[in-house]
Write a protein that binds this ligand. Sequence first.
Ligand code: PAF
Length: 271
Amino acid sequence: MLGASRRWRAEGRSIGLVPTMGALHAGHMRLVETARGENDVVVVSLFINPMQFGPNEDLDRYPRDWDRDAKMLQEAEVDAVYRPTAAEMYPPGASTRVHVRGVTDGLEGAARPRHFEGVATVVTKLLAAVAPDRAYFGQKDAQQVAVVNRLARDLDLGVEIRVVPTVREPDGLALSSRNVYLGPEERKAARSISAALREAAAAYSSGERDPVRLRARIAARLTLEPLVHLEYAELVDPATFQKPGTLAVIAARVGKTRLIDNHDVTKPFPG
Ligand code: PAF
């Protein structure tokens, strides 16, 4: 991959990288479109990174549909797809891990120990392999965005991290590859996550500034829905992920499916 990048660079062409784990949806395609508008060359990586899944997580059942992904990427006219195998990514003896301190301590970092070490390690390797000018991440994974921003800055990677707004279903549910796990009743119940964020933003715009009360509103909205089990709701600073802040972040289980979402309550909720 690096050879192709060097050629593009020698030709004076800018490179945008969209890292994904496949199972592409409109949220990924928005990243691709944004990259297309800002770069001469667009590379999409597809790699289900075993290092970022915990032992009891969904690595084995994570959705995989390479033919469909390939077709979508072809239609979007991406210039190259980088699809390393796990053995290429982590050859025997590979023992280096990238650990970003602080921002990874709480919330997703606490719920999914070593998840962000897996993300930071693979993102560092993808950036090294493709050497893009810009790399594109979705706002839905807000803590991942904070980790990647910190990583790129601390390691002087010379890549611009671009963050693209969350794409939502018409009823507000954030697009996620994991939404396919939801049964029909769970899918209906999952609406309450974005509804809670919408209500928090409305409360903020009506003058509520107390993060404890904003958090309580979110929790109250989610407890109305018996199929939804709230793991956490907090208001954090988007760069440090420390409290307090104005980014409302939620993780909830809907049946067996764990979903996350977030919204900056100082802004109107979209739609
Ligand atoms: O957001 C994702 O899909 C993954 O965490 C990423 C950034 C591709 C790293 O595996």
